[in-house]
Design a protein around this ligand. Structure first.
Ligand SMILES: [Ca+2]
Ligand SMILES: [Ca+2]
Length: 210
């Protein structure tokens, strides 16, 4: 390699280094600071439903209906948001089950097709009211085909938002007057579940419904 060639190579190497340096100095302004102990933790949404007296909610059993000429009763729960996030409270009825439970002669007289069905009529004559802090808010009969009515009416209420640790008294009271039914409900029964849900309140999420 002659002197001229070595100089030319040195110039090329320098030019290459220079290009590399140039590229390196084109970086944009930036600043960096590292924070520690970042933590993303999901909040909690939980619900406690306690029958007044502190017991867990019992199933509904309406039996011996009509023994005193009138059907009525009530239950009240304290519903509490035991999580760390606000939630919207929903209530709906599920598993509404009207049973015939056999047909005696007086029932057949009042309900000729009694023996051909298994679905009783007791729920048809009972009106259920749901009260919030003692004030009736929604109501429906307990007819099987009306199972969705309470939940649908609930959707139309002003949203019931429970903040963490907040409680609301939810009462169910039911009644059928002595003149509201006859022998067609002899031995009939109705059972149902009250399904409470607490759904997280979000700014942009879809509006939950029952
Ligand atoms: Ca019956
Ligand atoms: Ca019946």
């Amino acid at each position: 390699m002659n002197t001229r060639t070595r100089i030319l190579i040195s110039v090329l190497v320098l030019a290459t280094l220079g290009a590399g340096t140039y590229a390196a100095t084109q970086a944009f302004f930036s600043a960096r600071r590292t924070t520690t102990e970042n933590r993303f933790q999901t909040g909690t949404l939980d619900l406690n439903v306690a029958e007044n007296g502190g017991q867990a909610a019992d199933p509904f059993v309406i039996d011996n209906a009509g023994a005193d000429g009138e059907i009525s009763g009530s239950k009240t729960w304290t519903v509490k948001n035991t999580g760390s996030l606000p939630g919207r409270l929903f209530l709906r009825l599920q598993n509404v089950d009207n049973k015939e439970n056999g047909c005696n002669d007086p029932e057949i007289e009042a309900e000729p097709d009694c023996a051909s069905t298994t679905q009783g009529e007791l729920g048809n004559v009972i009106t259920l009211n749901v009260a919030l802090d003692g004030v009736n808010a929604v109501s429906s009969t307990l007819a099987t085909n009306q199972q969705a009515a309470i939940g649908t009416a609930w959707n139309g209420l002003t949203p019931i938002i429970l903040q963490p640790n907040q409680t609301v008294e939810v009462g169910l009271n039911w009644a059928a007057g002595a003149d509201d039914y006859g022998n067609e409900v002899q031995s009939d029964s109705v059972t149902f579940d009250a399904d409470f849900r607490l759904i997280q309140v979000t700014n942009n999420g879809p509006t939950p419904t029952n």
